[in-house]
Unconditional design. Structure first.
Length: 66
């Protein structure tokens, strides 16, 4: 899976649940909320005031290392 800014949070978590730690460390503690699953990474990062580029980079590095 290649993660982009347009990838939905739910898609990432469904593909690999171990990615949750990256969302949590960036302050996104709402992973259990049904609405968050339908948000793009870009939208979620904007709401939480964190770098989407950094999150995308971390997620792709994690997924490519498996």
């Amino acid at each position: 899976m290649e993660v982009t800014k347009d990838t939905l949070i739910g898609e990432v978590l469904d593909f690999d649940r171990t990615t949750a730690e990256y969302f949590l460390e960036m302050g996104m503690h709402c992973l259990g909320c049904p609405a968050s699953r339908g948000e793009s990474l870009a939208d979620a990062c904007a709401v939480h005031g964190v770098s989407c580029d950094e999150l995308v980079e971390k997620l792709n590095a994690h997924l490519n290392g498996k």
